[in-house]
Design a protein. Structure first.
Lengths: 114, 110
């Protein structure tokens, strides 16, 4: 069974631009979560989607948004990029949401903001 | 506030040495605990998890972890490390979302 896939794998943008990242979960998984990984802040939760609805949100500004489609694929968008948004963005999927579930991670999209 | 603390930020061991990585969490609800590993150039992979039952859980590649409720700890152990265990290790607790520790970089010298 294919794992979580993320596209693109690498991205370079300039300040002020916006970016959209894509995530395809493991087949059958209906919950998708997004995380930001930086050397300084580590792994931080962005948001979780289940059945096309955002179920949980982390402490990130409104410039960070996401959505989930009926096939469980998810996208996250960052508008008005700042230098500090440079990070590895990880997507994780699980069968459903809630306790007792295991999240499986994709390879990430490495975003560099210049 | 919910948090995870990993005591060791950088650990250097020789092959065949024993490993123990400390993890303490702060969360009052039912705990789901995880250890993930990130090998160089690879994505986060699940090493092992604890949901309930036997507090000693075994994972892949000879790793195990012990959940001690009274100490809010979930320490990772391996009796004999190999060079291929060089990686970054993350402890995490599920609280409605995964909260990760800062990670421990393990370097194993051949």
């Amino acid at each position: 069974k294919a794992g979580v896939t993320q596209t693109p794998r690498y991205l370079i943008k300039t300040r002020g631009q916006q970016v959209t990242l894509s995530c395809s979960p493991i087949s059958g998984h209906r919950s998708v979560s997004w995380y930001q990984q930086t050397p300084g802040q580590g792994l931080q939760f962005l948001f979780e989607y289940f059945s096309e609805t955002q179920r949980n949100k982390g402490n990130f500004p409104g410039r960070f948004s996401g959505r989930q489609f009926s096939n469980s694929r998810s996208e996250m968008n960052v508008s008005t990029l700042e230098l500090g948004d440079s990070a590895l963005y990880l997507c994780a999927s699980s069968w459903t949401q809630g306790a007792g579930e295991t999240q499986y991670f994709g390879p990430g999209t490495r975003l560099l903001v210049l | 506030a919910q948090s995870v603390s990993q005591h060791n930020h950088h650990v250097i061991l020789s092959e065949a040495a024993s490993l123990e990585l400390g993890c303490n969490y702060s969360y009052g609800g039912t705990v789901n605990l995880f250890w993930y590993v990130q090998y160089p150039g690879q994505h986060l992979q699940l090493l092992l998890k604890y949901f309930s039952g036997d507090p000693l859980v075994k994972g892949i590649k000879g790793f195990e972890a012990e959940f001690i409720k009274s100490k809010f700890s979930f320490n990772l152990r391996k009796p004999s490390v190999q060079w291929s265990d060089t990686a970054e290790y993350f402890c995490a607790v599920y609280t409605g979302k995964l909260i990760f520790g800062q990670g421990t970089t393990l370097q194993v010298k051949p």
